[in-house]
Design a protein around this ligand. Structure first.
Ligand code: FES
Length: 163
């Protein structure tokens, strides 16, 4: 997948706006993630060239933090918490059910680009375990039987929004 010329220009502009800062890499990557939704290797190479930072170092940062992504994410990012409090309340079953119902692997994105299923660490809602965060909204005490309803509701919301 090659990024568009336009996206490349945006990446160069982001780099340029942080050129004089002492350690700008995280800020640059955060802005790119926000703007493009992902940071593929091709983009990392642009950042490397613009900033004089080795690609290996950039790749290390992108893969270390799970809020950075190497591939495009879906419109709805389903973050199922696998932190201890949620895990003991069977959150593994919840994430498996999301993946199974959407027909994707954990970490994958549906072909229509609507859903990504991610395993996340504690989202600070342990009292609501098992908790799931979808685009910032927290779903509390989710059961496997509720999973299909959550997906159906979001699909319906999309259909309504698209007329
Ligand atoms: S462990 Fe899941 S919200 Fe804290």
């Amino acid at each position: 997948m090659t990024i568009k010329e336009e996206a490349k220009k945006e990446v160069i502009a982001i780099c340029a706006s942080h050129k004089d800062e002492p350690s700008p890499l995280m800020v640059i990557l955060e802005e790119i993630q926000k703007k493009l939704g992902y940071i593929p290797l091709e983009v990392q190479e642009v950042v490397s060239k613009e900033m004089g930072i080795p690609v290996a170092e950039i790749y290390g940062v992108v893969t270390f933090y799970n809020f950075f992504s190497l591939t495009p994410k879906g419109k709805y990012v389903v973050g199922v918490c696998l932190g201890t409090a949620c895990y003991v309340k069977n959150s593994q079953q919840i994430i498996d059910k999301f993946a199974q119902s959407l027909g994707i692997e954990i970490g994958g994105t549906t072909e229509d680009g609507l859903f990504t299923v991610d395993a996340v660490r504690c989202i600070g809602a342990c009292a609501l375990a098992p908790s799931v965060s979808i685009n910032g909204r927290v779903y509390a005490k989710v059961t496997p039987t509720e999973v299909d309803k959550i997906i159906a509701d979001l699909r319906k919301k999309e259909e309504t929004a698209n007329g």
